[in-house]
Ligand binder design. Structure first.
Ligand SMILES: [Zn+2]
Length: 340
């Protein structure tokens, strides 16, 4: 049995990460992945359904910046609108400075404190601090022609990539590019000069899908097991989150003849690594007023990390379910209890 599960895992990993080139929301690969997931589960006898939503894809055609005859390395901001133009550059390092700055018809360079962390996307509702909303609102009010951000090495952010895009939001319509802190320091010396910025990118309208599969009796409480199927643009997303989807696929197979007293629902969410989490919002809307039917949700993300243990974090579990889960966890050496 273990060997069968292992070889199935390898097959699924190959399909999700190699044969399908990318699973970012809105991409063709993303639609292929959700189609594959649905086909597999319906083939195992699960009752499947797809929920469709709008999801924009984005094409990166590169960016260039010139100032006083010097070229600077910049990258087009993910999901940004394109830009082409020559404008005077103003520099802003914190919110107080942003409040006072005259940004209209200027290109603004954000550097230092204000560029330390990504403000949350405008329509991301689960966590969005006032300070982030304020920065976005001030930028929209100031209406600069374009934004350049020089971002630091904050490894906790954006998957540890450097430089990271300060703005990653398809709902934000001021064109943006980003650069390293070092390039930002070089460019800062030219504050007040005019800069020529070309950023070639394209927002491509498309669709995305959540896939839901159910088994078991109608009209009972549900056990809902979820994993997001999308991956960050430009990554194969093996650990984030092909492995989570593979757990769902293996579980679907193990439960193909399940006849227990509860309904089991498996959901491939679509949009965790995308600015406005459209799949999760769609699911919340579709289940409005029905969350009390959910006995338990197990969400899987980043399972099977090679260089560390997989953590199982309990949130608001009733005492009996908590005791049962910790009992199971302790019998597997690769799993530990995570943060609550
Ligand atoms: Zn994830």
């Amino acid at each position: 049995m273990t060997e069968k599960l292992y070889s199935q895992s390898l097959y699924y990993l190959d399909v999700l990460c190699n044969r399908i080139p990318e699973r970012s929301v809105g991409s063709e690969g993303n639609r292929e992945a959700t189609h594959f997931f649905e086909q597999e589960l319906s083939g195992m006898g699960w009752l499947t359904s797809k929920a469709e939503f709008d999801a924009m894809d984005w094409r990166d055609g590169g960016a260039q910046l010139m100032c006083n005859g010097i070229s600077f390395e910049v990258f087009a901001g993910p999901y940004s609108l394109p830009f082409s133009g020559t404008w005077q550059m103003v520099t802003v390092s914190d919110t107080a400075c942003l409040e006072k700055a005259d940004l209209e018809d200027k290109i603004v360079l954000l550097h230092g404190e204000i560029a330390r962390e990504q403000p949350m996307p405008k329509n991301f509702v689960f966590y969005n601090p006032d300070e982030h909303r304020k920065i976005i609102a001030l930028l929209e009010k100031g209406c600069p022609a374009a934004i350049i951000s020089a971002t630091g090495r904050n490894s906790a952010l954006a998957g540890g990539v450097y430089p990271f895009p300060l703005i990653e939001d398809g709902d934000f319509d001021i064109p943006s590019v980003y650069m390293t802190e070092e390039e930002g320091m070089r460019l800062l010396a030219h504050a007040g000069s005019t800069v020529t910025l070309e950023s070639v990118s394209e927002r491509i309208p498309g669709k995305g899908y959540n896939v839901t599969a159910v088994r078991g009796p109608e009209d009972t409480d549900r056990i809902v097991i979820t994993a997001h199927i999308d991956a960050k643009k430009g990554t194969a997303g093996a650990i984030d989150n092909a492995t989570g989807v593979i757990v769902l696929l293996l579980l679907a197979d193990l439960l193909h003849d399940y006849e227990g007293p509860r309904k089991i629902e498996l959901v491939a969410f679509n949009g965790e690594d995308y600015f406005a989490v459209p799949g999760q919002m769609n699911y919340i809307m579709a289940n409005h007023g029905k969350f009390s039917e959910m006995l338990l949700n197990i969400n899987i993300d980043g399972a099977g990390y090679r260089e560390g243990l997989s953590a199982f974090s309990p949130f608001n579990l009733p005492e009996d379910i908590y005791r049962k889960t910790t009992g199971v966890i302790t019998s597997y050496p690769g799993i530990t209890e995570g943060a609550q």
